[in-house]
Design a protein around this ligand. Sequence first.
Ligand SMILES: C[S@@+](CC[C@H](N)C(=O)[O-])C[C@H]1O[C@@H](n2cnc3c(N)ncnc32)[C@H](O)[C@@H]1O
Length: 431
Amino acid sequence: MREAEPPPAMEEEKLQQLRSKVTELLLREEWRESIQAYSHFITLCQTHIPNTTHDPNHLSKLQKSVCLAFSNLAEARSRLKDFSEALRDCDEALKMESTHFKTLICKGKILLNLDRYSRALGCFKIAIQDPQANANSETLNGYLEKCKKLEFLSKSGAFDISDWVLNGFRGKSPELAEYIGAVEIKKSEISGRGLFATRNIDIGTPFLVTKAIATERVEDVISAKVLGKNSDYYGIGLWLLASFVNHSCNPNAKRLHSGDHVIVHASRDIKAGEEVTFAYFDVLLPLSKRKQMTTNWGFSCNCKRCRVEEGACCKKDMRELEIGIESGVDLGGVIYRLEEGMRRWMESRGTWRRRIPAMEAVVESVVDAVGSDERILKVFMEGVKRNGGGGGGNLVEMERAMKLGRGVYGKVMKKQAMRNLLELTGMNEQS
Ligand SMILES: C[S@@+](CC[C@H](N)C(=O)[O-])C[C@H]1O[C@@H](n2cnc3c(N)ncnc32)[C@H](O)[C@@H]1O
């Protein structure tokens, strides 16, 4: 026997009760419960829609309720970061009312979160034409500007994180967009697959800015860890494209974490076709310690530097260097002695083009390998200060400092900001 349909008044009352309940859940920000309740509410409304076709007013009211419920459902899902389902809910709402203000804002915000800047811009552009936009014009214009800015950044890679760096990586982290520069994934000689440059990349140039696809954090925000500057780094994440970058003890790229994003820049000039590599750990360590580190990481390092240092040609020099580092811990002294040795060697032979000797290999493995290490920059600054500098030398030294600085911080720092930073570290005292 068919169950009798409830009279419209009763049905309306039931819906009203459910409506109050879901609104309360939403206001209390109980997202999971809101999702359940809204889904139930929508199903209930949808079963009643066929019974209301004879009453256009009632039908339209019901459809409006469903549209709003889908919109709120999307909001609740997006709060739980279920963006794909949330987008589907937005589209359901927009099917019923293509310019639904609340849904357009919600969809725009979701798309922004998913780094779909131009589609997000499209949503906000429609929303701003709604009369309700007047009361929210500041927020809406903010979103429009943000979309335009991020769209530009994702196309140009013209990031500037000067303020944040100069502020010691504290405070508001810079607004970043996903950006993929001239790179591709290919088979690597180091191990498995690797990331390769498809064009020459100048030192300091950011060529990959990407958001973590998964994070696990102890603190609310993953804070930046740049060479020990931020000791409060408590988080792990998976950055898909960056995860193809192999380790090298002579790396040519550097990472900088900002929120969920990682910015990758060239810490040395990278040639087209060259593999992009990171230092997974402190590569200023001597060979024996680095071997321990790679063992901890679960692999045996197959980078060029390790292969050279393991080779017979420079074992003696490397041993001396290791003893020097282990006993003296005077990093500056070691590096300067090595540079001095290299200079003398060059002078005695009168040319740079001869066969690369052991000492040069040693110097290269220390200075070149870790040139993007902030400690090297500091040692260099101290050396410049100690030696006084002066006259034309200043300019050359400043250029070297700028190059080292770009290796450390990247071109993501404006030139003037970089100058200020270097001056803060003491470069100005000699001018
Ligand atoms: C983040 S993945 C790099 C991408 C990896 N090659 C792939 O094909 O997916 C890190 C892994 O690559 C390998 N690897 C990275 N650098 C290496 C190196 N210098 N020598 C040997 N294996 C390395 C190790 O197996 C390491 O666990």
